[in-house]
Design a protein around this ligand. Structure first.
Ligand SMILES: *Cc1c(COP(=O)(O)O)cnc(C)c1O
Length: 457
């Protein structure tokens, strides 16, 4: 059979790696809505944004026109340490499922941070360094972003202050220690180091924290300390831009063998890996050159796309960040303790939100026990122990492959395998012990949070 010519892993040569990021906004007819000043509700100017973010990153954030933005040589050199990431043909999974579908996954877990987040962390740290800053502040939930940023900052000699959601700080001591190994300072959030932290601690004594609260703390520290800026690991346009390296490599690898995917699937927390993976393919779809089916997969416990509203909302609990128009559950929404920590954000990338609203991509939500069933099935045949976040994409890839088995269709399915799950063994333990629960918020609960969305006209 000719398809046996396709190797298990398709790698790219160093000189085949992308030299520019692709900015899908350039090809979008309906651009993502601008960020608004939380006080005046006017579009944020570059100058206002530069108080919080690095100047070059602000330029990228606001750039809706340039399709390609050169990747600086220093970043390309850093990428070479762990990229290209392999595009794997899941022969073993196909065999196990007895499906005629052809399944590929792009594996981003081959670096110490264990996820795709390093692709943007190094870019953001690079521009901070270039601007002559002393350091950066950020938040981390599950810990992958904080780890990636710590690695990037230590490589460039920048200080890195991480506010880690208190529950993760206590439950994931190993993640915390990896960050400290790379020289970052890690503070449990809400802390008593910031005005916002003090306020939240006073209002909610004993709170275990949330991502929205940690963001507010990190922004406050960045704004108050000269030589510091705030950086964010997902949601923003600039992050999707950096993550386009995933999609560009995937496309180059597929093109090498003349493979055209029918369907591209990715998990969606803030939308950065999915946005990065689909960007070059979405560009073709937007330009009318090709058609693909794109599927975002989110947890049923935090269903921003499938049950949220498309509206301006706060990015953080303290309401200090700009307002973003996105699919959101409301900034006060605190998802139940589901185990895919990286998918618990209340909002979604404004770029993906616009594409979804325009009917250019689909979204589905899945329950976590079903996700872990898929994770285990995948680990047993493909060898890689997947992150719970990534396993949302595995779940839907398997479901789609099983549909092909019924219909006999030989679809080509590509999915993003964003990372490894070594720090998530408590979640796997709960699953194995039959103690994992599927929490699905009620309509009443979601309506309560949606009613609190800011009124913008
Ligand atoms: C952070 C994270 C995600 C979700 O973030 P996106 O911005 O939606 O990509 C998914 N998988 C892993 C492994 C992560 O660390």
């Amino acid at each position: 059979m000719s398809e046996n010519k396709i190797p298990y892993k398709i790698y790219l040569e160093e000189d085949e790696m992308p030299k520019a990021w692709y900015n899908v906004r350039a090809d979008m007819k309906n651009k993502p809505a601008p960020l608004l000043n939380p006080g005046t509700h006017q579009p944020m100017t570059a100058e206002e944004l530069e108080g919080v973010f690095c100047a070059d990153l602000v330029a990228q954030e606001l750039d809706n026109d340039n399709a390609y933005i050169e990747i600086p040589q220093e970043i390309r050199d850093f990428y070479k340490m762990y990229r290209p990431s392999p595009l794997v043909r899941a022969y073993c999974l196909e065999e196990k499922l007895q499906t005629p579908a052809k399944i590929y996954y792009k594996f981003e877990g081959n670096n110490t941070s264990g996820s795709h987040k390093l692709n943007s962390a190094i870019a953001q740290a690079y521009y901070a360094k270039k601007q002559g800053l002393k350091g950066v502040t950020t938040e981390t939930g599950a810990g992958q972003w904080g780890t990636a940023l710590s690695m990037a900052c230590s490589y460039l000699g920048l200080d890195c202050k991480v506010f880690m959601v208190k529950v993760s700080y206590e439950q994931k001591p190993f993640r915390r220690e990896v960050m400290r190994t790379y020289g970052a300072s890690v503070t449990p959030s809400p802390s008593m180091d910031t005005e916002i932290g003090k306020k939240i601690n006073a209002e909610h004594p004993g709170t275990s924290g949330s991502l929205g609260c940690a963001i507010s703390e990190a922004v406050e520290v960045a704004v108050k300390n000269p030589g510091y800026r705030y950086v964010l690991g997902s949601v923003l346009n600039q992050v999707l831009l950096h993550q386009s390296v995933i999609g560009l490599e995937t496309k180059a690898a597929l093109d090498k063998y003349g493979i055209k995917p029918d369907m591209i699937i990715g998990c969606a927390g803030g939308g950065s890996n999915l946005g990065g993976l689909i960007s070059p393919f979405m560009g073709e779809k937007l330009r009318g050159e090709a058609d693909y089916e794109f599927i975002a997969v989110e947890p049923a416990s935090c269903p921003s796309f499938t049950r949220g509203v498309f509206a301006y909302d706060f990015a953080d609990t303290g309401m200090v960040c700009p307002l973003a128009k996105m699919y959101t559950l409301g900034s006060d929404f605190i998802p139940s303790a589901n185990h895919a920590g990286g998918l618990r954000y209340h909002g979604m990338s404004p770029i993906l939100s616009q594409l979804y609203d325009d009917g250019l991509m689909k979204a589905v939500s899945v329950e976590q026990t079903k996700v872990f069933e898929a994770a285990e099935q995948f680990a047993r045949v493909e060898g890689i122990l997947p992150a719970p976040e990534s396993s949302h994409a595995i779940r839907v890839a398997i479901d789609e492959a099983l549909k092909c088995k019924e219909t006999g269709e030989e679809k080509t399915i590509v999915f993003g395998l964003t990372g490894t799950g070594y720090f998530d063994m408590v979640a796997y333990e709960k699953f194995h012990n039959g103690e994992m629960e599927d929490y699905i918020p009620t309509d009443e609960e979601l309506a309560k949070y949606a009613a609190k969305l800011p009124k913008i006209d």
